[in-house]
Write a new protein. Structure first.
Length: 334
């Protein structure tokens, strides 16, 4: 592992100043960053520990809005009464992430910034194969190699990786916003726009970019409207029930009357390099019965836009069924 400097920050302003100079990374829970240093994914010269910044901690309710600080741990979020009553999909997503020990350390701010679990990306230096995320122009070994878990939406031939965060999917379905601050001041980014697909990254001028944070910017927290009158669910399909990343996942919110959908939101996870909101079909769900046979034709139309790779076409079917199950669970259907 490369030697690096270490400093503890006491406030947001000094952290932003240090980050703006370049060559520094932020550490909070440390469940991801230390792996990046070990594998050679990160080669920053110094680490800034933000764990003592009190304004980034805590979960607060302001009327019908919830603010979750970036340093709130996943266990903080999943056990908070206001989250469970008004943002249950987020509580469930946090509860199903990683392991209990990691959830005690992992922060919500860091979790949405985690990198792909692609095996070609998660290898120690020097890489024995090409990976454009690690070395631009070296190729994407997953494209012609192991790609069963990779993207079915938004990928390019330069990269087919997916974003693995569970809470990010729920935040996208809940229309949450990410509050950030940086050298140019503060701003708020919709969670549905925070991450970039590979195609969107190319359009931004930087194919390796994965989110909309600018240099020197820091996540302050997340704002979302509480929805106590709506049912919510997070469905995670994985190979085992503990400490495993999703093959596909789905988060949904549903307001229903008499078994009929009056309002619905649904987002998919592990199908793209961002949470994949099915916004185009959400209006079509209104008026449908909370019944799998009624939902699947609409969901199938959304999934027809998928571009599966040779060995991951099953994810198109699996993701559609996960979306249907999340909607049914959120709507209270059997």
């Amino acid at each position: 592992m490369k030697d690096f400097g270490y400093a503890r920050s006491i406030d947001v302003a000094s952290t932003v100043t240090a980050l703006s100079r370049g060559g520094a990374a932020v550490i909070a829970g440390g469940t991801e960053l230390l792996n990046w240093f070990r594998l050679g994914i990160s080669d920053d010269d110094s680490v800034i520990d933000i764990g003592d910044i009190g304004e980034l901690r805590g979960i607060s309710q302001y009327g019908d809005e919830l603010f979750i600080g970036a340093l709130a741990t996943l266990n903080d979020v999943e056990s908070h009464p206001a989250v469970n009553s008004g943002a249950a999909a987020l509580a469930s997503a946090c509860r199903q992430a990683a392991s209990a020990q990691l959830r005690n350390r992992a922060t919500l701010g860091g979790n949405v910034l985690q990198r792909s679990r692609c095996p070609y990306f998660r290898a120690e230096q020097p890489l024995p194969w090409g990976c454009n995320k690690r070395s631009a122009g070296s190729g994407c070994s997953s494209l012609a190699g192991q790609h069963e878990r990779q993207a079915i939406f938004g990928w390019t031939e330069d990269c087919v990786a997916v974003q693995p965060s569970d809470p990010a999917v729920a935040l996208a379905a809940l229309d949450a916003r990410v509050d950030v601050t940086g050298p140019a001041g503060g701003r708020s980014i919709p969670m549905t726009d925070f991450h970039l697909t590979q195609q969107e990254a190319v359009g931004s001028g930087n194919p390796q970019r994965e989110n909309r944070l600018e240099p020197g910017e820091l996540i302050i927290g997340y704002r979302l409207a509480l929805r106590p009158g709506q049912g919510q669910a997070y469905v995670k399909v994985r190979e085992r029930a503990s400490y495993e990343y999703a093959i596909v996942s789905a988060a949904a919110t549903v307001r229903s009357e008499g078994g009929v959908i009056r309002e619905a939101r649904v987002a998919l996870g592990s199908v793209a390099q961002k949470p994949w909101r099915l916004g185009d079909i959400e209006p079509e769900l209104v008026g449908l019965a909370l019944d799998r046979d009624a939902l699947m034709p609409v969901i199938d139309r959304a999934m027809s836009a998928a571009r599966p790779l040779p060995n991951n076409g099953f994810k198109t079917v699996l993701a559609g069924r996960a979306a249907a199950r999340a909607l049914l669970l959120a709507g209270g259907a059997a």
